[in-house]
Design a protein around this ligand. Structure first.
Ligand SMILES: [Zn+2]
Length: 126
């Protein structure tokens, strides 16, 4: 329950705070774009099964891979506010999903080792 509330607060409310901090004059538009960046989860539709409760998105779904994240970082350097807003939203989405993965790993034996970010298991679970 706490994990779910935290997850969705980070996905929906925290971007509002980021928009207010970094895009103050147009923060509502920026927040709206950040919320639209949630569409990045459409890449889950490529997986089978589409939803798996103990699967970590990071390092698994195509738009949640490191090369995709490099593109999102690159978006922060494009001199258009809306591109930066979407890039910020996408990167924060990845952070949120990453936190969710770490949380899930603490209660799911073997899930970390089977994830796309197995390289951090020895550090996180030690
Ligand atoms: Zn995601």
């Amino acid at each position: 329950m706490l994990q779910t509330i935290t997850h969705y607060s980070l996905h929906f409310l925290a971007p509002g705070l980021l928009a207010w901090l970094f895009f103050r004059p147009i923060w509502l538009k920026a927040w709206g774009l950040m919320l639209l960046s949630m569409a990045v989860d459409l890449d889950h539709l490529l997986a089978s099964p589409v939803f798996a409760p103990n699967r970590c998105s990071i390092g698994f779904h195509p738009l949640h891979l490191w090369p995709s994240m490099l593109v999102y970082v690159g978006m922060l350097f494009i001199p258009k506010w809306w591109v930066k807003a979407i890039g910020t939203g996408l990167l924060f989405h990845m952070v949120t999903d990453f936190i969710d993965c770490l949380w899930m790993f603490t209660r799911c034996t073997g899930c970390c080792e089977e994830s796309g970010i197995a390289w951090l298991c020895s550090w996180w679970l030690s």
